[in-house]
Design a protein around this ligand. Structure first.
Ligand code: PEP
Ligand code: MG
Length: 842
């Protein structure tokens, strides 16, 4: 091998190996070499070298083999730029031939040597020569006869003897791996994981460390220092004596941490020195590679070889714990720890667990592969999960095992259960990545996929559509909807949130309509309430009738009389919110929805209403019909109600001010914020403002107490954004209601778009659902126009958004760069928003 060829280079401390030329595995191996870990001799082939091989331009095999000595025994593994993009399977034991077999028989015993040879013949036949794997199915599992029959099967199929020359074997393996990378399935799979179309493949050729032998402990396995599920420190992994690497990962091999059991002692007992050394290596990698790594190792006659190291796979919760621990130990700075956790993952992590106090009706138990709990209807195909999601139903996807074709279904489902597989199976890995509660290897359930039925361990039958709860933290599948509780917010979470505060330079408030929402908002340290949708306070059974009476009042005086009964209820609501928020700003939106939303739509409901109001059914029906609109979302709602029935807003303003006075008596003075919805003209604001100011003056007079408040405008119509310069002089703040603003900018019904949105996104018409991620091009331009014109007219204008986008990372980054003062999102998304905002700054 020429030392000067950077494309085929032995991995040394100084070799010119880089992730973007030789792939992540090659680079990682170089890092291990630099840490002086016992890495077997390795040669890296660059993307270009592998590309040449795929096109038939093979390098000199003699040069390539030269560093490995006279009797090479090698393995070849893929090295793509990002390990997640995958690559062809590794091929072990290249160089195995009659001579090596004889040599190894003396070294490790004939039985083991024969097994290796036979397994290599099979791998070579299937993966390199692409022979039918069935050919090998009926052969005896081991022994000289099995080897002879394998060699014969090869000869009969290829009409050639099994190649004995390691150079021929290696060339064929390299060619087949290089070509496999170009296959359509491989390309589509990696592109689905974000790989560019021209992503390259590197290969590493490594000397085999055998893991088999007679002199001292031999075997192979993996080790890591933390739990992949919780992120807590725990030495864990798998180890199998007398095995080569991949065998150790098969189900049934033993875990490193297990004490002696019927299968024999643990690695710690078998080879304490090797065990200690491995722990040391993992610790060294943690400090020097600044990451929790899983070591892949082989022990050969008591000596440890580190074949490779991978970033420990991790659940969202574990990712957070690992990042915090690395920062607390001074391995990485805090800002880096903040960036190592996907803000969206926090959301999932914070999600539900089954109430530990609740009774558990367990149908079956499998492997707890991805934590969290969720309830949904059983579905048996990815398509059914997607259809369920389109209907707004929570579904639990049940599969024998999952593959790439199930990924969309996994995205759509709330939980996944598989019959087969272990912690490293597809379902488990993808489930953890998505933060999706997952139970795998649940063989206690008998699957009848065709009939879409499951039999529980006690014989109960379940069918598609039945409700179950999946506990991905314990591995249990429970009958029915188990009571769920919020996730515990442990110390690591608190630490990360505190650090996020230090970097967060945009305010984060919560959308909270009820005292319960406000409590959650405060628990997550929201800096106030950015949107209280007051109409939600009127849906309670006790209030609905009063509300309906108000709607049925024919004249303003009657309406005012009913509103007087609603006033104390509203006042009590606001006092409670102010009390919970303890002096933090509370932004209350005046009544927004069309009135008919409070009225019954069917005959039985109309009859009940007629009874409650002592009115003839015909009167009630007529009135309800009169209120109905062709397009209520663009009809009599928001400020339009405030202009045509001013008594409603007056009552709400009075309730807010009286509550302000009341709550200020007890603690910090409250500065209420009042927001007018669905504005499209300056005059609307002027008129409402005049009335609200008058109510404030009256309350000051009546109570003899002074207070201040801020009146603002929701920008939810394109016209309000365009005319922000006219509106701003009358508003202390503008809050962009990006739900309605998106609806009106696109002319896209927010209630109906779900039916075709997935088609639109799938076909690339929209890059993403604009109700989920702010359309920064179009709606975003209106935000910028509104912000600029508003601030030009009033430099101290406060700007915010309070649509669903307020909790979305990309949208937060946009608002931050546009100079907004705060975002407001649902209370549970406050931590996500805070982390996303901190990341946007870092
Ligand atoms: C909005 O339109 O963005 C908004 C916050 O109001 P709502 O969702 O209540 O219409
Ligand atoms: Mg709105």
């Amino acid at each position: 091998m020429k030392d000067t060829d950077p494309h085929i280079t032995r991995i040394t401390e100084t070799a010119p190996v880089a992730t973007n030329t030789h792939g992540g595995r090659a680079k990682c191996l170089q890092r291990l070499v630099r840490l002086s870990l016992p890495v077997p001799l390795t040669v890296a082939l660059s993307f270009r070298a592998v590309n040449d091989i795929a096109e038939g331009r093979l390098p000199s095999m003699a040069d390539l083999l030269e560093p490995f000595g006279e009797h090479p025994l090698l393995c070849v593994r893929p090295s793509s730029e990002d390990p997640d993009w995958g690559g062809p399977s590794a091929v072990l034991n290249i160089g195995m031939n009659d001579a090596t077999h004889a040599r190894l028989s003396a070294q490790i015993g004939e039985e083991a040597a024969t097994a290796l040879y036979k397994s290599f013949v099979r791998t070579y036949s299937v993966h390199v020569e692409r022979l039918d794997p069935d050919m090998f199915e009926d052969l005896p599992p081991s022994g000289p006869e099995a080897l002879a029959l394998s060699l014969r099967a090869y000869r009969e199929e290829t009409e050639e003897e099994f190649p004995q020359d390691p150079a021929v074997q290696l060339a064929a393996v390299l060619k087949s791996m290089a070509r496999a990378w170009r296959g359509t399935t491989a390309r589509l799979l990696r592109q689905a994981k974000g790989a560019p179309a021209d992503a390259g493949l590197g290969l590493v050729v490594q000397e085999m460390a055998l893991g088999l032998g007679k002199d001292g402990e031999c075997g192979s396995g993996v080790m890591q220092l933390v739990s992949s599920t919780s992120g807590k420190p725990r030495i864990t992994g798998r180890y199998l004596s007398q095995s080569q690497h991949r065998e150790a990962l098969r189900e049934g091999s033993r875990a490193l941490y297990l004490a002696r059991d019927e299968r024999g002692p643990s690695l710690q007992e078998l080879a304490p020195e090797a065990y200690d050394r491995l722990v040391e290596y993992c610790q060294l990698m943690r400090f020097r590679l600044r990451e929790e790594m899983q070591a892949e190792f082989t022990i050969e006659n008591g000596n440890v070889h580190v074949l490779d190291a991978l970033r420990v796979s991790r659940s969202p919760r574990a990712a957070l714990r690992i990042a915090v621990a690395l920062a607390q130990d001074g391995v990485i700075p805090r800002d880096e720890a903040l960036c190592r956790v996907e803000s969206r993952a926090l959301n999932e992590m914070l999600h539900h667990q089954i109430d530990p106090e609740a009774p558990r009706d367990v149908l079956a138990t499998g492997i707890a592969a991805s934590p969290g709990a969720a309830t949904g209807k059983l579905v048996f195909s990815a398509a059914a999960a997607q259809a369920g999601k389109a209907r707004g139903e929570a579904t639990v996807l049940v599969r024998r095992e999952t593959g790439p074709e199930d990924i969309r279904g996994m995205h759509a489902a709330v939980a996944v259960v598989t019959e087969r597989g272990g912690m490293t199976s597809h379902a488990a890995v993808i489930g953890r990545g998505l933060g999706l509660p997952s139970v795998v290897g649940c063989s206690e359930l008998s699957f009848d996929v065709k009939k879409e039925r499951l039999r529980a361990r006690d014989g109960r039958m379940l069918k598609a559509g039945d409700i179950v709860t999946v506990d991905g933290s314990s591995g249990d599948i429970l009958a029915g909807a188990a009571p769920l509780i919020e996730a515990a917010h442990d110390e690591a979470f608190q630490a990360m949130m505190a650090w996020a505060w230090e970097y967060c330079d945009i305010g984060i408030r919560a959308n909270a309509d009820t005292p319960a929402d406000a409590e959650v908002a405060r628990r997550f340290d929201a800096q106030g309430i950015g949107l209280c949708r007051t109409e939600h306070m009127f849906f309670d059974a006790g209030r609905l009738t009063v509300m309906r009476e108000m709607i049925f009042a024919d004249v303003a005086a009657d309406r005012r009389a009913v509103l007087d009964r609603l006033l104390p209820m509203q006042r009590a609501d606001f006092i409670e919110l102010f009390r919970i928020m303890q002096g933090k700003p509370v932004c209350i939106r005046l009544f927004d929805p069309p009135l008919h939303e409070f009225l019954p739509s069917d005959r039985a409901g109309l009859r009940e209403l007629a009874e409650a109001l002592s009115l003839p059914l015909s009167d009630v029906t007529r009135r309800v019909e009169a209120l109905s609109e062709y397009n209520p979302m663009l009809g009599m709602r928001g400020v339009r109600l405030g202009i045509t029935m001013p008594e409603i807003y007056e009552m709400q303003a009075r309730a807010i001010f009286e509550a302000t006075v009341e709550a200020s008596r007890e603690g910090d003075p409250v500065v209420a914020e009042i927001m007018i919805p669905l504005v499209s003209a300056k005059r609307e604001v002027e008129m409402v403002k005049t009335r609200v100011d008058a109510v404030a003056a009256a309350v000051r007079n009546e109570t003899g107490r002074d207070f201040t408040y801020r009146l603002g405008v929701m920008v939810e119509t394109p016209r309000a954004a365009l005319k922000a310069g006219d509106i701003a002089p009358h508003a202390a703040f503008l809050s962009f209601g990006t739900n309605d603003l998106t609806q009106m900018t696109y002319g896209l019904s927010r209630d109906d778009a779900g039916k075709f949105m997935s088609d639109y996104v799938k076909q690339g018409v929209f890059p993403e659902d604009p109700f989920h991620t702010l359309d920064t091009d179009g709606v975003g331009e209106l935000l910028m126009i509104g912000a600029e014109r508003g601030r030009a007219a009033r430099p101290d204008l406060i700007l915010s958004i309070c649509g669903e986008h307020g909790g979305n990372a990309e949208s937060i980054a946009f608002c931050r760069s546009a100079g907004f003062d705060y975002v407001s999102c649902s209370p549970f998304r406050v931590p996500v928003a805070r982390l996303a905002a901190a990341q946007a700054r870092i």
